[in-house]
Design a protein around this ligand. Structure first.
Ligand code: 5GP
Ligand code: ZN
Length: 137
């Protein structure tokens, strides 16, 4: 399904011109137009899924396989020193476009970016309670 009002649906499906570095049946990989660093790429499924919660598992798996290919390409061509995968869900987490996308962000020594979080210091009891609530198997 496509969403007629979604800009990433239009970009991913070639209705709006963009700087695409890869395309296949399921995905388009484009350059972010407000890049954190040189080579910052976005992996976009061609179908509309608002976020990770809506993304089918097989598409999620394909997106991660593609991220690995893009990472290797960025390393080989851009000679980055490191790389972040970032994927935002919900406004509070920084999502600004409600069409699932995976950021592949090459990192360079002294690139001036800060993509990491500030660690907090929960006590053992809090961690144990959260762990018990989250147990999945
Ligand atoms: P989010 O904040 O939702 O995780 O990321 C959205 C990203 O999409 C931002 O990094 C922003 O620069 C990028 N972006 C937004 N609109 C466009 C567009 O029209 N073209 C391209 N290439 N990137 C876009
Ligand atoms: Zn869309």
């Amino acid at each position: 399904m496509k969403d007629e009002k979604c800009i990433f649906c239009k970009i991913a499906n070639g209705e709006i011109p963009t700087n695409s570095i890869y395309e296949d049946e399921d995905f388009n990989v484009i350059l972010d137009n407000g890049p954190a660093t040189a080579g910052h790429a976005l992996i976009l499924p061609k179908e509309h899924y608002a976020n990770l919660y809506e993304l089918p598992e097989d598409t999620a798996a394909k997106a991660m396989k593609l991220a690995k290919k893009v990472a290797l390409r960025l390393k080989a061509v851009m000679h980055c020193d490191g790389l972040n995968l970032v994927q935002n869900n919900g406004e509070v987490a920084g999502q600004t476009v409600n069409h699932f996308h995976l950021h592949v962000i090459p990192r360079y020594e002294n690139d001036g970016q800060t993509i990491l979080w500030k660690p907090t210091e929960p006590d053992d009891a809090q961690l144990r309670e959260i762990c018990a609530n989250l147990k999945m198997n």
